[in-house]
Structures are given as structure tokens and as C-alpha cells.
Ligand binder design. Sequence first.
Ligand code: ADP
Ligand code: ASP
Ligand code: MG
Length: 411
Amino acid sequence: MPVLVMKFGGTSVATLDRIRRAAKRVGVEVAKGYDVIVIVSAMSGETNKLVGYVNETSPLFDAREYDAIVSSGENVTAGLMALTLQEMDVPARSWQGWQVPVKTTSAHASARIEEIPTDNINAKFGEGMKVAVVAGFQGFSPEGRITTLGRGGSDTTAVAFAAAFGAERCDIYTDVDGVYTTDPRICDKARKLDRISFEEMLELASLGAKVLQTRSVELAMRYKVKLRVLSSFEEQSDEAGTLVCDEEDIMESNVVAGVAYSRDEAKLTLVSVADRPGIAAAIFVPLAEAGVNVDMIIQNISEEGRTDMTFSCPTDQVKRAEQALMARKDAGDINFHGLDVDEGVAKVSIVGIGMRSHAGVASKMFQVLADEGINIKVITTSEIKVSVLVERKYMELAVQALHDAFELEKA
Ligand code: ADP
Ligand code: ASP
Ligand code: MG
């Protein structure tokens, strides 16, 4: 039987009623002759609640226990989805990550999937089971501990299962009807795209568009998984939603394909560090070891052998960063005069493969922001994106102004 993977995100399984709706959709695909692997998220709000419990109990938590706790939301939905399908006379059972087992690295809270054995689930399909419901977001480490794949990780579970089982398609059901030129929740002119290239989707996701987890796009690109994003709330046809595909399969596209933002960024500046060989390593190696995901970095001009070093990271990693840097200061490994922390910034980015062949895109972006009176604090660029850090209160204005200026509402 051909296999289909269907993933339902948090809002799509937020209530028993919505689980029933989702199960009905699964039933439609089973009736077409598919063996279906359903990947479920925790009910909307559950994971945030669990993360809140962890932070309240232990601000610099042991990530192994964090995973034990935050992975549990998905277990509930998987069981409920299997029961709902059984009530509809669809043969189904649930699997938690360790039961498959979804083998991952030991990088707790951001583990990577290494292998998904298919024999266990395939044997059940062979016995007449029609739907395998798998708890998303979670896996099992070589040390035998429960791991999680990072926030939004159920998308990655879904694509990894699609690759492992050679699924005909991986459908990501969510609360919007596809991938838009920007988040439709903050820009009402956002336009739904029928297709988007893997490269652009990868950039948008890694720059904050949470509609797909970055790693899921990477996997889909590598294993050539046919990946589609669509709404769990609307009636669907086979052409619904947005197809994430190769660049060659897209007829025309704008120079800028989309605008992404990441709201909870922080900017940290080490004031007056010694400008000597090895100083960047002395700063960033301990940060990496403390699990801080450093994003943008700038080193300023040095005066009298001293310089300021600025970097950005997610706001929820600021405590870890401060702790790691102060420990090295106390140990005498890095000498700096002060640590400035600005937790009120956001990152806004424009993305498009057209930038490879068009000049002037970055300068236009800077002009648009200047015209709105928005100060740019840090800039980074790559071949197909430009990102800036701005004060958080200007984030939505920046997104809307850029969406207008690059005429993204027009195809
Ligand atoms: P799920 O719980 O189904 O995984 P998420 O909340 O993780 O859903 O992702 C869907 C959300 O992503 C949408 O509600 C939307 O606000 C947001 N989003 C951000 N950027 C985009 C974009 N470019 N296109 C579509 N949705 C986007
Ligand atoms: N429940 C997890 C989260 O909220 C994983 C997911 O929904 O994809 O991040
Ligand atoms: Mg998600």
C-alpha cells in the first residue's frame, strides 16, 4: 500500500472536537487506499505550559529532565487520536518516540533524528492496521533517555517518517492554509504562495517563519520528500495549500519571496575586550558549550588594543550566556569591562533566490526602514537573505513596510 504522512499541529488537535475533525480527514485518505502515518503535536498551549513549569522549577534546568517533561504533551494527543480513529472503525494504534524507536542524538532539547526503523510499524500495517499515530517532537537517545527535537519539532518528525517510509507525500496540516509571503497574522496583505522553493523555505524557517521547523525543510530537501502545507480547517483538494519544491519547478517568482521575523531576540555587547588573536574563540566556545545559539556577530573597530564585541541570541538564552561569560571573566580567560544586554530587539529578514542576480535589494531594504524612522542595530547578509535587528516595537511596522515596498502582495 502507498504510505501517506499527515501531521497535525497544536491548534489542529486543540480540542476533542478538532481531533475528531482531523481523524475524519485521515479516514478519507485511508478510504483512498493509503496506509497513513499520523504525526501529532501536543494540544495547543500544552507545550508552553510544560516549558513554563520547567522554568519555574529550575531556570538553568537539566535538559534531560526538560525533555522528559515537555515531550509528554504529544503522548496524550497520540493516544486520543488513536482512540478517535478506533471509534470510527479505522484500525489504529499509537506509538511514542521510544517505541518506534525514533533514534536521535543526545543533544537534549534540540536532538537530531538519526534513524527510524520501519519494521515495527510496517509489520502492523501488514496485519491490517491502517493508521500508525506517532507522537511528534520526541525521540530516544543512545543513552536511553527521551529527547525532543526543538520547538516546532513535530514537523521534522513528519518529514523524517515520510523519508523513512518512502511516503508518497508529507502533508502538514496547520492553522493557516499554506505558506504566505509573510506571517498573515501580522500583515493582512500577505499572499498565499502555491509553491515555494526548498531554499527559500529553509531561509524563511530559519529566520523565524514558524510555519515549518527549519530541520524539516532540510530533511525534505535532502530526501526529496514531497512536502505540502495546508489548513486543517478548510475542505481540501489535492491542489490545496503550498507545495515546497525544487527551484526548477517554479515558473516565476519575485526577487524577494518573503519577509520573516523573529520576535524574541537579544543583543549582548562585551564592552572593551582585548583585541588579540583567540579572543573570538575565548568568547564563543564557552557560549556554544553552554548551549547558546549565537546568531549575528559584530566586532567593532579596535582602539588602543581594545574592542567591543556584539552578538545576538534568543532572549530565553540570555541567562545562560551571561553565566558562561561571567564565569570566564572570573577565571581570567576573557577580560572585558562590561556586558550590555538589550532584550528588546527583533530580527526582520527578507528572503529570495532572485537576490543572487539582482543588485540593490539590501540598500532598498535599508531605505524603506529609514523612511519609517526605524534604526538598524545589526545587519547580516547571505546570498539569498538580508537580516536586520531593530527595536522590537518597530518589528510589525518593518515587516509591513518591506512587504509593501517589495510588492509582495502581487504575484
Ligand atoms: P502548528 O501548531 O500547526 O505547527 P505553528 O504555529 O507552528 O502551527 O505554525 C503556523 C503559524 O506560522 C501560523 O499560524 C502563522 O502565524 C505562522 N507563520 C509565520 N510565518 C508564516 C508564513 N510565511 N506563512 C504562513 N504562516 C506563517
Ligand atoms: N509541541 C511542540 C511545540 O510546541 C512540537 C510541535 O508542536 O511541533 O513546540
Ligand atoms: Mg509548528
